[in-house]
Design a binder for this molecule. Structure first.
Ligand code: UD1
Length: 385
């Protein structure tokens, strides 16, 4: 029986990969205005229009009720500033539940504050583990899951990780992958876009060469942002050399640049080589629909993003994951997915790129990656009320 009191839910977003996870949840909550009073907090970890605003618009996320405007900084600065600002918000709003998504610094900071303020905490995308503590995201995932009262998981491997860590089974709710709700909702809009047009509109000045029109299955895409790939001059230099000599001449390469990556390419002196390389199209960070459109048509994706690994899995886009490990093993070829781990060893990347360029699309949706995850999550909250 539903009581008359509305459940007060405060949810948090901070950085780009959070937006496609919160959008379906917020929309689902809005279907039950008599059951829920919802507050959306943006910590402002990502703040550029291209990293934040455009996602609110494309994914139809309501304007945040509170923007903490934390911005960039070291990890301690980001987490510390977020906790200080978020504590005030929590005391002011006194929610019944705080809901966090993903694994960014905002996720971890707001989880700690939630529990110190004795508020119940729910984590969407729980139980993912790379077992690599060199990744800040792994620390964020472990802390968040350890503190959470409700843990919404994407797949059975995530459940197993949590059970092994001693999380009581009744707190774990396997609901599927909420990112796929966004993908399913927006794939038709994405499919109607023309890569030539938006790539030209978003190209970095001087980085658009007269290319033949981009045709589906005749181009490749790369995204990089992890410190392990972009913060070391030798590693980034070898990757740039590989991309300009082995990839671009075979398949035109579209590279939407994360701000961190652009800074490093410029600082290490690789910028001009890349910008002048025919077949390489450098762009600003792209919007959600544009990136989804590129993934739908790419012959090969090269990425160090966890989210793209999942999208490639569902869309069947052969994906080279430029990491030594992944917290999303369900997307790997050995589990039926489209992705293979290649680290940053150029020999391995070259070999796997050549193979991937010959592979057909092989779409694979793990159980419950069906576009209805937000419905299952909100149903759990309605049962609580
Ligand atoms: C963060 C997340 C990572 C996620 C990634 C996606 C953490 C620990 N990492 O990494 O999990 O996959 O976002 O993008 O939370 N910057 C801008 N404009 C912006 C945002 C950032 O210029 O709107 C610059 C910052 O000044 C900084 C760099 O990009 O120099 C990195 O930003 P930061 O938020 O520290 O981490 P990301 O590498 O983006």
């Amino acid at each position: 029986m539903m009581s008359h009191r509305k459940l007060k839910i405060l949810s948090v977003v901070g950085a780009r990969p959070n937006f496609m996870k919160i959008a379906p949840f917020v929309r689902q909550l809005e279907r039950f205005p008599h059951d829920f009073a919802h507050t959306l907090v943006h910590t402002g970890q990502h703040y550029d229009a291209s990293m934040s605003e455009s996602f609110f618009r494309d994914l139809k996320i309501p304007h945040p009720d509170v923007d903490l405007e934390i911005g960039s900084g070291s990890h301690a600065e980001q987490v510390g500033k977020t906790m200080i600002a978020f504590e005030k918000v929590v005391r002011n709003h006194k929610p019944d539940w705080i809901v966090v998504v993903g694994d960014v610094n905002a996720t971890c900071a707001c989880s700690i504050t939630a529990k110190k303020e004795h508020i119940q905490l729910a984590h969407i995308e729980s139980g993912l583990r790379s077992f690599d503590l060199d990744m800040p995201e792994e620390i964020n995932r472990m802390v968040t899951d350890r503190l959470s009262d409700l843990l919404f998981t994407t797949d059975e491997l995530a459940d197993a990780n949590l059970l092994k860590e001693g999380v009581p089974a009744h707190r774990i709710k396997r609901v599927g992958n909420i990112m796929i709700d966004s993908l399913e909702e927006h794939r038709l809009t994405a499919a109607s876009l023309h890569p030539d047009q938006f790539c030209a509109a978003q190209a970095i000045p001087g980085a658009l060469h007269p290319n033949p029109p981009l045709r589906d299955n005749r181009y490749s895409v790369i995204t990089l942002h992890r410190p392990s790939n972009v913060d070391d001059k030798d590693i980034l230099g070898e990757l740039v050399a590989f991309l300009t000599t082995d990839v671009a001449p075979v398949l035109p390469l579209i590279w939407p640049l994360h701000p961190r990556t652009r800074k490093q390419l410029e600082g290490f002196g690789f910028w001009e080589t890349l910008r002048n390389c025919p077949g390489v199209i450098l762009t600003q960070p792209l919007g959600y629909h544009e990136m989804l459109r590129l993934t739908l048509g790419a012959k090969v994706m090269l990425t160090d993003s966890g989210g793209l690994q999942e999208e490639c899995c569902v869309l069947g886009t052969p994906c080279l994951t430029l990491r030594k490990n992944t917290e999303r093993p369900v997307t790997l070829r050995e589990h039926g997915g489209a992705s293979i781990l290649v680290g940053n060893d150029i020999g391995t990347i070259r070999q796997e790129f050549r193979l991937a360029a010959t592979l057909p699309r092989a779409q694979h949706s793990p159980p419950l990656w069906d576009g209805h995850t937000a419905e299952r999550i909100v149903a759990c909250f309605r049962e609580l009320n």
